[in-house]
Design a protein around this ligand. Structure first.
Ligand code: DOR
Length: 430
């Protein structure tokens, strides 16, 4: 593993939860040790970041790392590198691995491997039910004792209301959070895309917005009943956003995330039958995009999460009804979000960093203010460039990005994880 470095970031604009200021930032032994105007370089390396933004590193609530079980799609190493290149210093690893992250052994394997690689903080989620089969709860207390804070059956929703109620009660007592993949399975069997006009034209089986909204509504009401927090994953419809807005107005402990693809791509993309646009929940309509975007802008939706879902070409090259859903996200999230969200840097970085850090229970080390004594988990963003994805340069082992040939805005220049430059000038250092 690389040594912790002594670096003086000079000439940048610091953006964190407390505001914006033109400050230099001195890092040593894994910590921010000094901030201020025109700091003199001592024996540390001076890194000129004039014109750039220095911020707390990003935190992804929703990353599929595929290990154990699917190394042909991604490994913890390739996924960690993709995360670092995207500006992330922490990722929550989804549990739909093989075997499932439903027991201490698998969870510890993932955390240990993440630490060995050391490119970002890899925090495994635990599944809510054994094997994500929706029948029997996992040992939440044992999993929480080895560091699991977020529990989800992502890839599927918990269908049984009684089980979900018990899970929320149990999670509330332990101080952990349940994250729901909102999909009523009986309404989406065989579906390949959003149920609407485009799907009727193409004659393809549809995934109705209602299948998401029913579960969003149910879980909001279960959160009201139990008093326990619930986090709603990858929301995609206008009505879902409206329901969360109402829950927040009622003061319920409900949080939500949206993906870059659900604010940038509509269901019409599927008219090409290109499987890169097949994702779960599916791409929706322009009206949904506008509502999800408005939800991110007014804070109804707390966080931008990638749902980074690598799949090998052999799987994605199958016909639309057979290809697995999912698209890459880690290396393009900032560029897509910046191109589609008209807001301040502070609001945007909040949705990528300190708000998800809080939901993931990581705000002791991530999403922190850039000030003396804090862990040096930082990102430096060059705000200006328009750029396009070079698929051969992606760190992910898979290539299923829908953003080839698309103009993205703003780029990660450096990522520092625990005081080590894991990305320097846009290139991973390990
Ligand atoms: O598109 C998706 N892909 N949505 C999910 O919920 C799961 C994910 C995957 O694991 O491929």
């Amino acid at each position: 593993m690389m040594n912790k470095e002594a670096v003086l970031f000079a000439g940048g604009l610091v953006v964190d939860e407390s505001g914006e200021r033109h400050f230099d930032v001195r890092v040593r032994d894994g910590l921010v040790v000094e901030t201020g105007s025109d700091l003199a370089a001592g024996d540390e390396e001076r890194v000129d970041i004039s014109g750039c933004i220095l911020a707390p590193g990003f935190v992804d609530l929703h990353t599929h790392l595929r290990e154990p079980g699917m190394p042909e799609a991604e490994t913890i190493e390739t996924g960690s590198r993709a995360a670092a290149l995207g500006g992330y210093t922490a990722v929550v690893a989804m549990p739909n691995t093989d075997p499932t992250q439903d027991c201490v052994e698998v969870v510890e394997f993932v955390s240990k491997r993440g630490r060995e690689i050391g490119l970002c903080d890899v925090r495994p989620s635990g599944s809510i039910t054994i094997g994500r089969a929706g029948a029997q709860l996992t040992p939440f207390a044992d999993l929480a004792a080895v560091g699991v804070h977020l529990f989800t059956d992502d890839g599927s929703g918990v269908q049984d209301e009684g089980l979900m109620r018990r899970a929320l009660e149990y999670a509330g007592e332990l101080g952990v959070v349940l994250a729901q993949h909102c999909e009523v399975a009986s309404l989406t069997a065989g579906a390949v895309m959003h149920e609407g006009e485009c799907c009727s034209h193409l004659g393809l089986p549809g995934w109705p917005a209602l299948a998401e909204e029913l579960m969003v509504h149910r879980d909001i009401e279960l959160s009201r009943l139990t008093g326990s927090p619930v986090h709603l994953l990858h929301l995609s419809t206008a009505r879902s956003v409206e329901l969360v807005r109402g829950a927040k107005a009622d003061g319920l402990p409900v949080t939500a995330e949206a993906t870059p693809h659900h604010i940038s791509l509509t269901d019409e993309r599927l008219s090409s039958f290109d499987t890169r646009y097949k994702v779960n929940p599916p791409l929706r309509t322009m009206a949904d995009i506008e509502a999800v975007t408005a939800g991110l802008l007014d804070g109804t939706i707390d966080a931008i999460a990638t749902d980074h879902a690598p799949h090998p070409s052999a799987a994605k090259d199958r016909p639309l009804d057979e290809a697995p859903p999912g698209m890459l996200g880690l290396e393009t999230a900032l560029g897509v979000a910046r191109a589609h969200l008209d807001c301040s840097w502070q609001h945007l970085i909040g949705a990528l960093s300190w708000r998800p850090a809080r939901i993931a229970g990581l705000s002791d080390r991530h999403g922190r203010p850039v000030s003396e004594g804090e862990s040096a988990n930082l990102v430096v963003i060059d705000p200006d460039p328009d750029w396009q994805v070079d698929p051969s340069a992606l760190a992910s082992r898979s290539r299923n990005t829908p953003y080839i040939g698309v103009d993205l805005k703003s780029r990660v220049r450096h990522t520092m994880f625990e005081g080590r430059m894991v990305v320097r000038d846009g290139v991973a250092t390990a």
